[in-house]
Design a binder for this molecule. Structure first.
Ligand code: DSN
Length: 445
């Protein structure tokens, strides 16, 4: 960062502090990870200078002979790793990728179906807060009381409403995604099935989560979560997709460009190619397996610490702690106090949420980033103990009912936790633990 340091000390200050924050805290947001220095080199390279609207061999600008090579490399690596027939690596991120799937398959007003946001689905799967819930007639299936996807409800809704497109894929679901069951529902109702595996694509490649390749027609994924690449996304068409609609690859490509996007981010495409190469190595399989082992160890230890978990555990990289037994809305206090102690995760709704999406009762956490640092089961037990202590520290808190009282109460709570000796003591233990697993040592601090 030396060039930035000389040119722009103000920006450099923020960047250095962010580096220090990443190095000295415990990153447990399940959708985050630490990408490799090779990926960062690709993303920070001269490839950011190029325009290349179109696709390899069919560009609207000259000078793309090397960019064609890079994009073709990313595509061929993705095809072989995910065992799919067609890949588009140009989507800017996950939400645009999903919008591009809609644009390829649906018209405004068509019926679509996805998992509701409060049940762990994604905004772009038809949430009323997203354009996808406004442009289309959105049918939402939920999880059952026990936290598992309600497949019977999804089937009933699909038969009643005949959606053109069904999404399977989640952002806060700790169990295996039921691809096979959803393929049966899609088949029965004539729908396209799109699997959004953004959270779990690294686990799929690593062989610790079933692949949707034989079940879905389309697969979307971001590239920066468990896959550990740069911020970006891909849309894939499976053999099953080609059988249903031989025009699918063409429809997807046209929808990405010129339908939704202009020039692809070639530096990101290079980062995706690099990440896919790394993900094809045996070490990545070990990494993916360790992510799941760590999540299971963390879940076990949290439950021993008296913390309730949605579905009583996890099959993947993610854990959803349900703090409702302490008090509805407890996720808000817990997230802030944990953050003060250097443990980063996010408040989240839980199955049967008794509070609200903005003041939810749960905490969503995961192990991909901690595992990248090299942490294992013993560290997960230690971290569960720290999380348990912080949750006990906030457990007497209660959210006031009134909106203004609530804002005032949270302001004073936040001021108070900044001065808390107990949290400061945990913060010191967090720094000590984090320092034992160095992150980006070549970048200093
Ligand atoms: N923001 C992502 C997540 O945290 O799961 C989803 O878009």
């Amino acid at each position: 960062m030396d060039v930035i340091k000389d040119l722009d000390p103000e920006l450099y200050g923020y960047m250095k502090n962010e580096l220090l924050r990443q190095q000295t805290s415990l990153e447990m947001i399940p959708s985050e990870n630490f990408t490799s220095e090779a990926v960062m080199q690709a993303v920070g390279s001269i490839l950011t200078n190029k325009y290349s609207e179109g696709y390899p061999g069919k560009r609207y600008y000259g000078g793309n002979e090397f960019i064609d090579g890079i994009e073709s490399l990313a595509i061929s690596r993705a095809k072989s790793l995910f065992d799919v027939e067609h890949v588009n690596v140009q989507p800017y991120s996950g939400s645009p990728a999903n919008m591009e799937v809609y644009l390829a398959l649906c018209n405004a007003g068509d019926t679509i179906m996805g998992q509701s946001l409060t049940s762990g689905g994604h905004l772009t799967h038809g949430s009323p807060a997203s354009a996808t819930g406004k442009i289309f007639k959105s049918i939402q299936y939920c999880v059952r009381e026990d936290g598992y996807i309600n497949i019977d409800e999804a089937r009933k809704l699909a038969i009643e409403n005949r959606p053109k497109l069904i999404w399977i894929g989640s952002t806060a679901y700790p169990r295996m995604l039921p691809f096979k069951e959803f393929a049966v529902i899609a088949e029965e109702t004539g729908a396209y099935l799109a699997a959004d595996i953004s959270h779990i694509s690294g686990l799929v490649i690593g062989g610790v989560h079933e692949s949707p390749a034989q079940y879905a027609h389309i697969i979307t994924t971001t590239t920066h979560k468990t896959l550990r690449g740069p911020r970006g996304a891909m849309i894939m068409v499976t053999r099953r997709g080609l059988e249903k609609d031989p025009e699918l690859p063409k429809k997807i490509d046209k929808s990405v460009f010129p339908g939704m996007q202009g020039g692809p981010h070639d530096h990101v495409t290079a980062g995706i190619a690099t990440a896919l190469l790394q993900a094809s190595r045996p070490e990545f399989k070990e990494y993916a397996a360790q992510v799941v082992k760590n999540a299971k160890a963390l879940a076990e230890a949290l439950m021993k610490n008296g913390i309730r978990l949605a579905t009583n555990g996890t099959d993947n990289h993610l854990i959803l702690a349900d703090l409702t037994p302490i008090a509805p809305g407890m996720g808000v206090f817990a997230q802030d106090a944990l953050d003060t102690a250097g443990i980063t995760m996010n408040k989240n709704t839980v199955p049967g949420e008794q509070s609200s999406p903005f003041y939810p009762s749960g905490l969503r956490m995961g192990t991909p980033a901690l595992t990248t640092r090299g942490m294992g089961e013993p560290e997960m037990k230690q971290i569960a103990g720290l999380i348990g202590t912080v949750i006990r520290y906030v457990s007497a808190r209660r959210l006031p009912d009134g909106k203004e009282e609530r804002a005032e109460y949270l302001r004073s709570f936040r001021a108070e936790i900044r001065k808390s000796r107990e949290l400061d003591d945990i913060r010191k233990q967090v720094v000590e633990l984090a320092r034992r697993f160095p992150l980006y040592p070549s970048l200093g601090t």
